[in-house]
Design a binder for this molecule. Sequence first.
Ligand SMILES: Nc1ncnc2c1ncn2[C@@H]1O[C@H](COP(=O)(O)OP(=O)(O)O)[C@@H](O)[C@H]1O
Ligand SMILES: [Mg+2]
Length: 382
Amino acid sequence: MKDYRKMSRDELLGWITQFKSRQAARARTRKQAALSALGDSEARLRAILETAVEGIITINERGIIESFNLASEKMFGYLAAEVIGKNVSVLMPEPHHAQHDGYLANYRGSGQARIIGIGREVSGRRKNGTVFPMDLSVSEVQLADRRIFTGFIRDITERKQLEKEILEISEREQRRIGHDLHDGICQHLAGIELMSQVLEQKLERRSRDGSTRAGTIAKNVRETISQTRALARGLSPVTLEAEGLMSALGELAENTSKIFRVNCQFQCDPPVPVNDQAISTHLFRIAQEAVSNALRHGQKVRRVTIQLQAADGRLWLSVSDDGTGFPTTKAANGKGMGLRIMQSRTGMIGGTLAIGGNPAGGATVTISVPAANANPAPQHGR
Ligand SMILES: Nc1ncnc2c1ncn2[C@@H]1O[C@H](COP(=O)(O)OP(=O)(O)O)[C@@H](O)[C@H]1O
Ligand SMILES: [Mg+2]
């Protein structure tokens, strides 16, 4: 290049103009390349969203829907155009419908998310008003100038149905085995006990020793009968009467104290009758699992308290222990089936489940169900 110090003024001006236009051309090419790359990645992103089997919805900080993919359209029965610009609460049944703005405001204010980062089961509402169970996980995306939230949704109607059927089958099987034990084996054993007693009496005059032995056999058989009865009751615990749940829980506490040598108490004052058989059974099974968890995981548990009460229009069942409490790491709680089945049973009876600590340092599991579900009002006019 020529030395610019030796250029004439005109030459210098021409050179500067040329330099500037070359710079501008280069900048244009760079911008075009960037734009086309952006267009590419946008098209790719759109294709991913539209072909995803999961429903993917984005909302802004005020809860307004900004995008709604094809899978969401199928799940909710809305076209994207019908919901974009609306508040996301149109996709939720009561009470979340009314409360969602509050959730968002709470999150904006405190940064405390109830749902972000953790998947959980919630209910969705379709355009036609029907409600369905869904798995929802939400993630927060920080854009240059604002935040958006992305929700990933899976319809779990079939999975819930399957869970329900599996629980029903296992319940039926347990009942059947319980009845067979009670009506079949216990009857046989009762017969053997009677024969041994007769033998004991017959032998009394001939052989002291023989008679004593026959008496011992009768005693052992009697013991076996009472153990088998307890086993049968555990398998088929709740009778059809309204007091069924109370007496089954009382017996659970009694047997737990006897067999495991802990102080297990059932507290229920005043009495809480439950007419709905399904609710009684689910509540009993939840208590059974919670008690067995307390004994297995609580370590050095000395006291287990089962409590049943009615308050605030709801039925409350809690099982507390004075062990070491739930582990604080998520991994430990996610492993087992017991808590998940509890959750699933609770969902089936329209209740809520809470697990946590208690003043004794141990674990407490609490389930509450609307009292109206447990004791439906009698139908009039029929
Ligand atoms: N009463 C309790 N005290 C302490 N930890 C508990 C208690 N109940 C449950 N846990 C913890 O929660 C985990 C999950 O329980 P669960 O789902 O019933 O599975 P499992 O009993 O098969 O381990 C347990 O492994 C244990 O770590
Ligand atoms: Mg368990």
